[in-house]
Each structure stands twice: as C-alpha cells, then as structure tokens.
Design a protein around this ligand. Structure first.
Ligand SMILES: [Zn+2]
Length: 401
C-alpha cells in the first residue's frame, strides 16, 4: 500500500465526533486497498467488531460502500462464505484541471481516481487568465453534462498550474505567466463553477499522480521532474510531499547548470530551463527546425541526428541537475515526465548516465531512473488526486450530516 501523502494545503478540519472518526478510519482503510473483509477492517482500524459493524451499515446505506461475495476460492479457503467490502467508485468524484503554458486540460475522476471524462484544449495561457479560467469553467460544465454526475457527488476541483505557488496560494507569475500576476485562480474558478478549488504546482500534482496511480506506487522517496515548456520538480520525501518554508521546494528548472549561459526568465543566468526546455533545444537546431515539442519528438523518432544530439545534451544537463537533488534528497526513484519524456531512451539514457556520474555511488546503487507511467495526464490526475485525498473525511461528514 502506498505510504500516505498529505494534502498540499489542508482544508480546515471538519467537526469531529467519534462516530464520524470511525467512518473516517474505515474509509481510509478501504481507500488504501480495493477490497477488505470485516476482520481485515478490524485489524487495520483497531476498531471493535460492533463499531465496524455499525459504521459499515451506515456506509452501505449511504451507497458509499458495497458488500459482496468474495471469490469462490476465498470462500473455500476459509471454509465459510466470505464477504468483502469495497468502496463504491461512483460514490464521489473529483475534477482535475491542468493549466500548462500551451494547454488547458480537465478530467472528471471517480473515487478511485480513474478518469471518466477527459478533454485537452490546446491554447496559449500566459497572457489572458480571465479567458483561460472561463474556458476551464466551460470544460467543467461539459464534463458534468456529458457524464450526468450530480453536483453533490463532486468533492471539488484540484487545479495544477505551471507556475510557482507559495504557501498562501499566491502565484509567483512575474516573468513566467504575465497575465496571471495578482490573479487568485482559486477564487476566480470557484466564482465561475461553484466548486471549492485547491491549487497546486503542476510538478507537485504530477508526483502525487505517479505516487498514487503510476510508477511511484509503494515508494516513499521520489523525485519527479517535469520537462515541458517550463521545468519543475515534485519531491516526495519519507512519504510526504516536500513543500519547503515558502511552498517553493523543487524548482529544479532554476538550478544553474551553465554559469556563463543565457539569461533565464527568472533573471538568473544558465538555469536548467535555458538549456533543456523544448524551446531551448529547438533553438540549437538549424533554421526551419521544430516549431513545437511534438515536432521535435517526431524528428527524434525519424532518426534526425541533430535533434537526437540536442536531446542527448539536454538529458546530460538534466542529469547533472538531478544529481544534486539525488545527493540532497536520497530518493529510491527518479521519474522523468513532461512532454519531452516522449523522446524515450534518447533522453532517459543520458539522464541516467549523468546522475550516475555526478552523484555519489552510495546514492545511486539502488536508485532507479525511469520514465513516468502516466505521460501527459500525470498533472491533471494529480490535481484530482489532491481532492480525493480528502475523500474519507468528506464522505464521513456527508454520512454524518
Ligand atoms: Zn531561471
């Protein structure tokens, strides 16, 4: 079972009573695994048989938990008919939003975090936040119409955005997303949709998704790097999302890898982003080179030697920056994500080599460096996962109400 990752910005604690606390414990146990028997639940929650019985009865009545026959094999093993309990995946949903530099994506996920509706809108987002937020609200309305999921079953919206966000939920958009300076996207989207909105940096959202649904399940120490137009990292350390004093941990795109390199949009010189973003890589290629990341990846797949060399050199720079993170965080897993990850081994192999060469061998003996499992959907699914992490508390309160 994956170790827990706490919510990025916890919501206020709901009013607690012992009965709803019991429901929270049972729901948390069921959220961590697909099916459990009543004795399993007693062991995992530490609750008495009678308490588990009454909590389960409440949850079944509310349609949140289902009680079904276990497989015949399980019944045979125990010598009596076994019943197992599981969450009803349609009991609640969460909306995920991913706002990247050139796209807006919205998913509606069921209680298990699986998308039941998914749309990706290609558009530049840097300059016109009001229009982007209105289009996001339109996509959310489309999701609700298309699926027929009632409003009361949607727990809220998680919004990942390709911009640093401090602990107070303020976007640090200067030089990065000029149209978003001074904007409070959570308030703006809540006004347009009526849903509570949680905000998260896109790389933090992506590491949450890979931890919950992808390659980083079971891993307590993970560094995820998102290689897109912007570069950022999300770090899970000892089972917890690493935020830092200001909420800004993981800005690996602004680690300096070429001290005499180009001036970065952040104002420093030679940041990783100035050499390893798709735009920086494309600039190295001769005139008439790729106009988008997809075109760059197409060139690599077609065997273009210049494009391959440029990606390999970018991978080396990414690996040098990651080696610093590996030395400090000591992860068991480094996950390569973002649009550039579609370059596959042409990118990942030089990253692996540079991490090995630039970190101490003790840090790299057990370390795995792998592409993400969720591809471009990591950010948007992680944003929804942020809302679903609170599902046990939210559902327990609903039943109690
Ligand atoms: Zn920078």
């Amino acid at each position: 079972m994956p170790r827990p990752v706490p919510a990025v910005r916890p919501t206020p604690d709901p009013p607690v009573n012992l009965r709803s606390l019991g429901r929270v414990r049972v729901l948390e146990a069921l959220a961590g695994t697909r099916r459990l028997s009543r004795p399993d639940l007693m062991r995992r929650t530490g609750l008495a048989r009678a308490t588990v019985g009454s909590v389960i009865a409440d949850l079944i009545r509310a349609g949140i938990v289902t009680d079904e026959d276990a497989s015949p094999a399980e019944g045979l093993r125990t010598g009596r008919p076994a019943r197992t309990l599981s969450l009803n995946r349609n009991a609640a949903y969460a909306l995920g939003v991913d706002i990247g530099r050139d796209h807006v994506r919205v998913v509606l996920c069921d209680l298990f975090g699986e998308p039941v509706w998914d749309r990706d809108l290609h558009r530049l987002v840097d300059n016109d936040s009001a229009a982007v937020l209105t289009e996001t609200a339109d996509l959310i309305a489309q999701a609700r119409r298309a699926t027929g999921v009632p409003t009361e079953r949607i727990l809220g919206v998680g919004m990942g955005i390709a911009c640093p966000i401090d602990r107070h939920g303020t976007l640090l958009a200067e030089g990065i997303m000029p149209g978003w300076i001074g904007v409070r996207p959570t308030d703006e989207l809540r006004e347009r949709t009526g849903f509570a909105v949680r905000l998260v940096n896109d790389a933090n959202a992506a590491v949450l998704a890979e931890h919950r649904h992808g390659v980083a399940q079971q891993c307590g120490d993970v560094v995820y790097i998102r290689l897109s137009t912007g570069i950022g990292a999300g770090v899970i350390s000892d089972g917890r999302l690493l935020l830092g004093a200001s909420g800004l941990a993981g800005e690996l795109g602004h680690v300096i890898v070429e001290p005499s390199g180009a001036i970065c949009r952040c104002g420093n010189r030679g940041c990783l982003e100035t050499v390893a973003s798709p735009a920086a890589i494309a600039r190295l290629l001769s005139a008439g080179g790729p106009a988008s990341t997809a075109e760059l990846i197409d060139l690599v797949r077609a065997g273009d030697r210049g494009a391959i060399r440029a990606i390999e050199d970018a991978g080396d720079a990414v690996g040098r920056a990651l080696a610093q993170a590996v030395t400090i965080v000591n992860p068991e897993l480094v996950v390569i994500g973002g649009e550039l990850a579609a370059a596959g081994d042409v990118l990942v192999a030089p990253i692996r080599r540079a991490v090995q060469r630039n970190a101490m061998s003790w840090h790299t003996t057990e370390l795995r460096v792998v592409p993400g499992a969720l591809g471009d959907s990591a950010g948007v699914r992680g944003a929804a996962a942020l809302v679903l992490a609170d599902a046990p508390e939210r559902l327990a309160v609903l039943v109690a109400g």
